[in-house]
Design a protein around this ligand. Structure first.
Ligand SMILES: Cc1ncc(C[n+]2csc(CCOP(=O)(O)OP(=O)(O)O)c2C)c(N)n1
Length: 353
């Protein structure tokens, strides 16, 4: 793959990489080893469902039924590509952040997602005690204790150290934004992980904004990946709008992390929506910029690729979208009809009985 300005085909060395290319060939147009067309169709199906849910959640916020949500629209290829790599590896643990619906969907039904966003009884993460989908889904190796920016980085490094002490070969994947990469806790986490060569893949989903603050006002460098050098491990820039780039980079990073220690992947993505449902991005983001970003929509890009490669017919693609619409409608109705948690349960797990 890539390395410190040079490109090699035998794994990660150290430093900053350019776009993921091998001998000048754009890897996004070549099926990676171990990935079958059916894998990509399955991932596309999941991406379409996540997008449909994300859009519905936003709509339900406008109807007053979802208190707050952070959309993952534009981040799906980075999230799904990394998830596919982790699923194929089979021994990974996830510390996602609030924008990572694709990661959390790996263990949830659409109805469970809607229950959580609508604050209803049965929310699998915290039974509606917390921000939607915050807490833990240990059955699917996922922890996101809060949305305190960068807090999960130190937790993830501690988790990775614990795995090492227990002799478990598990690799920890921790996800965060570009803004989080400027936080002090990120420094502590990366420094500690670098010193102890811990098996952690740091995945920065760089959408260029921390709420309304553009990247140039939060750091004096162009690539977050460059920070890795200061901690003594490789940092790679990845086209996070491209599923195959994201998959390949993460697959190599997981192998490297298990063998030699941490890797920082900076997945360059686009935030297609405002920061959260509470935000009005027209106050700080030119509309032309958002429109241009939408032309690079990662879900549409993957769909077009699958059609062009004849991995999918137009009828099958239509059916995938129709299935997603049905699933989201059913999930919305089911969650809407579910009561909130029993008020008498509010203090459960908070105070000792
Ligand atoms: C420690 C802390 N400071 C501030 C906030 C408020 N806050 C929530 S999200 C956010 C921006 C984070 O931006 P970034 O890390 O780039 O992720 P993005 O939301 O763009 O995906 C901020 C400042 C917070 N949640 N935690």
């Amino acid at each position: 793959m890539t390395q410190a300005g040079t490109q090699t085909t035998d794994g990660i060395a150290g430093g900053i990489a350019g776009p993921l290319e091998v001998d000048g060939i754009d890897m996004s147009r070549r099926l990676p080893q171990g990935v079958a067309p059916e894998d990509l169709v399955d991932i596309y199906r999941r991406m379409v469902l996540v997008r449909a849910l994300d859009e519905r959640i936003w709509m339900m916020n406008r109807q007053g039924k979802v208190p707050i949500a952070a959309s993952g629209q534009g981040h799906e290829a980075a999230q799904m590509g990394s998830l596919l790599a982790a699923e194929k590896d089979g021994n990974c643990f996830f510390f996602p952040y609030y924008r990572d619906l694709s990661i959390k969907m790996s263990g949830l039904t659409p109805t469970q997602v809607m229950l959580s966003f609508m604050g209803k009884a049965g929310d699998a993460y915290s039974n509606a005690r917390q921000f939607p989908l915050q807490g833990a889904d240990l059955a699917h190796n996922i922890i996101q204790l809060s949305n305190v920016v960068a807090a999960s980085l130190t937790q993830s490094v501690g988790y990775a150290l614990g795995c090492r002490m227990l002799g478990d070969e598990r690799v920890t994947l921790v996800y965060f934004g570009d803004g989080a990469s400027s936080q002090g806790e990120t420094h502590e986490a990366m420094n500690f992980a670098g010193v102890h060569r811990l098996p952690v893949v740091f995945i920065c989903e760089n959408n260029g904004y921390a709420i309304s603050v553009p990247q140039r006002l939060q750091m004096a460098i162009g690539d977050v990946a460059g920070r890795a050098e200061g901690y003594g491990f490789p940092g790679l820039v990845v086209d996070g709008m491209d599923l195959l780039h994201s998959y390949e980079a993460t697959a190599e990073a997981i192998a490297h992390a298990r063998r030699e220690g941490p890797v920082l992947l900076e997945m360059k993505v686009e935030r297609l929506m405002p920061h959260t449902t509470d935000d009005d991005d027209s106050r700080y983001r030119p509309r032309e910029e958002v429109e241009a970003a939408k032309l690079r929509d990662p879900v549409a890009t993957l769909g077009a690729y699958l059609l062009a490669e004849a991995f999918l017919t137009e009828e099958q693609e239509e059916e995938i979208k129709a299935q997603a619409r049905r699933a989201v409608n059913e999930a919305t109705d089911a969650a809407d009809a579910t009561p909130p948690p029993d008020a008498g349960e509010m203090l459960k797990h908070v105070y000792a009985p």
